[in-house]
Design a protein around this ligand. Structure first.
Ligand SMILES: C[S@@+](CC[C@H](N)C(=O)[O-])C[C@H]1O[C@@H](n2cnc3c(N)ncnc32)[C@H](O)[C@@H]1O
Length: 288
């Protein structure tokens, strides 16, 4: 390949001359699993539009990691845009994540808050650190079982240390939500004047989301991003099941209304909380 063509290829694929090996990337911010060039390669048409020759040996063993990569690219773009919104709209407050597992989204939040130099905020990780509790009957994914997606608190913190961004701002609240999201914690945070700019509800189950939505109301502020992962996939799009059902029940009684914001690929959906100018008694108007 000529030097000119190599340079065009690098621009199209995001590959960098000096960073062609993972070792050379060691000191760069880790956006999520995988390294920048590999991850971003899927996002541009030049390499995405694979021809028959490239797909000759393509099968489910290659499709599975590809789908994960594609989904993480979508999540990554979502976090980039949501943090960009917080910056542009000047919304301040902490990042609260309910369901943290292997810290993929948590690291995306840390990275983009740092890259956009958002005002000082805390990053609070709520998780059992022992995986899912007993699952509800209405879930569509057979892989969701009690104890799946377990990462210990020590391993979670080790992952964050290796990532190396914003560690001094991280707080963990270990335990199942019905035991940790207490009225005492709520009162303490209210007394401290805490606010949330970004709430990530990523706990998969209706029964897990109920204590989360009971907890968060006092910490919403005008402009808070409220993201509900698993909106589409876990319940095959039904708003009458799972985390979507829990959100709709919460929204029907919240003093806030929720403006549709962004989707995270085909998996989750975000809203922006706002206070209505005049009180409305119609629950139907609460989610636009
Ligand atoms: C899909 S994973 C979260 C993925 C994570 N956000 C990431 O990007 O790596 C779901 C997490 O929710 C946690 N979880 C679900 N229900 C819970 C509950 N009732 N109490 C505490 N943690 C819960 C599980 O332990 C698991 O770590």
């Amino acid at each position: 390949m000529s030097t000119q063509k190599k340079s065009l290829w690098r621009r199209l694929t995001g590959q960098k001359k000096a960073h062609s090996s993972p070792a050379a990337n060691a000191n760069e911010p880790h956006i999520y699993y995988g390294h920048w060039p590999e991850s971003f390669r899927f996002l541009n048409a030049a390499s995405f539009l694979r021809g028959g020759a490239q797909l000759k040996d393509w099968d489910s063993t290659k499709a599975a990691p590809f789908i994960t990569e594609l989904l993480n690219s979508e999540r990554h773009r979502f976090f980039q845009a949501a943090m960009g919104y917080l910056f542009s709209a000047g919304v301040e407050g902490d990042y609260l994540e309910f369901g943290c597992f292997s810290a993929v989204s948590f690291r995306m939040a840390l990275t983009w808050a740092k890259m956009l130099s958002l005002p000082p905020m805390r990053f609070v990780a709520f998780d059992s650190f022992a995986g899912l509790p007993e699952v509800d009957a209405d879930v569509a994914l057979p892989s969701w079982q009690a104890g799946t997606m377990a990462m210990s608190e020590a391993d979670f913190m080790k992952t964050l240390r290796e990532h190396g961004v914003g560690l001094d701002r991280v707080e963990t609240i270990p335990g199942f939500f019905d035991a940790t999201l207490t009225d005492e914690l709520k009162a303490k945070w209210i007394a401290e004047g805490r606010r949330a700019s970004f709430i990530n509800v990523d706990c998969d189950l209706y029964s897990s989301a109920i204590p989360v939505f009971r907890f968060i109301e006092p910490f919403l502020t005008e402009g808070t991003v409220l993201y509900v992962d698993d909106w589409f996939v876990g319940y095959r799009g039904s708003p009458e099941k799972g985390v979507a059902k829990a959100f709709r029940e919460f929204a029907a009684q919240s003093r806030f209304r929720f403006q549709p914001f962004l989707n995270s690929g085909w998996w989750g959906r975000a809203w922006i909380a706002y206070l209505p100018a005049a009180a409305s008694d119609s629950a139907r108007d609460r989610i636009l």
